[in-house]
Design a protein around this ligand. Structure first.
Ligand code: CMP
Ligand code: CA
Ligand code: CA
Length: 396
């Protein structure tokens, strides 16, 4: 992409306070004076030199230019367009966005004070207030989750996975529950997103792994389990970005004493689109003997390139397709396409969210090898999991 540049002569005014702002600038050479004007008098606010950015405020808060800008020497500026800036801001964490708006407001108030007048409008304040409240609630929930983690209120549950052909128990998925004392348990949709976007992601992820491995050790001690029994662990992109991910996994695995082939890492498609680091980490895990499954397959990104390039074992068909398989032709078509792809790439399929014998039989007839869902069992605590029979017997 070519960067647009703007040349200014000495003393040339670039914009005036109160103007509409459509781009920001980076000073490449020369100096820019930022000043406020009151009753014809100039109040200098700042002199900016090489490498400094200005004109960003009006883009971020959609208000008028908060001050005027004029060249003190001949200047070269790089133009930063509005969309480039807004894209970055949209991608940022909601808390960061709120903080930025708070700081901007404060800065504008300062200038208004110098000028003795009110520049900003009240437009958009209601929606900002709402967003502010959402952000506050999120921070409060994050604090609660931290306390709950320290208090040991998170418990791994295990949902069994069966071979659809012979009904044998072949593995399980570790799913976190938050058991708030005296209240109903809370599912991962409430807390996982918050954990993954906070500094808890690494310690929480490590703890999930440690628990899954020690519970796996316990499960494997049961001789009725199959030789290739596995426990599936959900791993987020941020965890794969941790350069010590595999180091920690291997250290715990050796300490606890379980072979890597019984450990499956579930990764969503999104993770594989996040750049080279997670992919390299997945490849290293593969080389160390871990199994890899693509989670929620079909719901994320449509790039299927990774199917050809990544070492993988399983694809998990998302429950949203399974639940509509008899209701909606499109879901059926998607499931059939996923099965086609998996067969072509020699991957096993695990269907999630199986709720009826009819769904189970149909998926099996289409070639899906494994399944999980309420038909068999919901996710249950370890002690209940240990009491499961080695095969699923239909109630019929
Ligand atoms: P914007 O409001 O878009 O246009 C004027 C720019 O001047 C503003 O963005 C900031 O980049 C800059 N600016 C405003 N106030 C100050 C200040 N007090 N000190 C330094 N720069 C400022
Ligand atoms: Ca999963
Ligand atoms: Ca899933």
């Amino acid at each position: 992409m070519t960067h647009q540049r703007r040349q200014l002569k000495k003393n040339e005014v670039l914009f005036k306070q109160g103007d509409v702002g459509d781009c920001a600038y980076l000073v490449e050479t020369g100096r820019i004076l930022i000043y406020a004007v009151r009753d014809g008098d100039e109040f200098p606010l700042s002199i900016l030199g090489e490498g400094e950015v200005f004109g960003e405020m009006a883009l971020i808060d959609n208000e008028q230019r908060s001050a005027s800008a004029r060249a003190l020497d001949a200047c070269t500026l790089v133009v930063v367009n509005k969309q480039q800036l807004l894209d970055r801001i949209q991608a940022a964490d909601t808390v960061v966005r709120l903080l930025m708006r708070v700081l901007l407001k404060r800065l504008r108030k300062q200038t208004e004070y110098i000028l003795g007048k009110d520049l900003s409008t009240t437009a958009g304040e209601a929606s900002q207030e709402r967003e502010g409240k959402d952000v506050l609630e999120r921070i409060m929930l994050e604090n609660k989750i931290r306390d709950a983690f320290d208090a040991g209120e998170f418990v791994p549950y295990y949902q069994p996975i069966y071979n659809l052909g012979n009904s044998e128990l072949v593995g399980c998925e570790s799913l976190m529950r938050w058991i708030v004392p005296g209240q109903v348990q809370v599912g991962p949709n409430v807390f996982m997103d918050i954990i993954e976007n906070s500094s808890m992601v690494i310690p929480f992820g490590r703890w999930v792994i440690e628990r899954a491995l020690s519970d796996l050790k316990f499960m494997l001690a049961q001789n009725s389990l199959k030789d290739d029994f596995f426990v599936s662990i959900n791993v987020s992109g941020r965890q794969f970005y941790d350069p010590d991910f595999l180091l920690h996994l291997e250290r715990e695995r050796t300490r606890i004493g379980v072979p890597a082939q019984h450990i499956k890492l579930e990764v969503t498609e999104r993770v594989m689109m996040e750049g080279a680091a997670p992919l390299q980490m997945m490849e290293q895990c593969f080389r160390h003997g871990y199994k890899l499954a693509i989670d929620d397959f079909g719901t994320g990104f449509s790039s299927l390139q990774y199917l050809a390039t990544m070492p993988l074992h399983d694809l998990k068909i998302d429950r949203s397709f399974v639940s509509k398989i008899f209701k909606d032709d499109k879901s059926l078509t998607i499931v059939k396409s996923l099965i086609f792809l998996a067969t072509h790439f020699r991957l096993n399929l695990i269907a999630e969210g199986i709720e009826t014998p009819k769904e189970m039989q149909f998926l099996q007839s289409l070639g899906v090898q494994m399944g999980q869902g309420f038909l068999f069992s919901k996710a249950i605590p370890l002690d209940q999991f240990m009491k499961l029979p080695s095969g699923y017997k239909s109630a019929a």
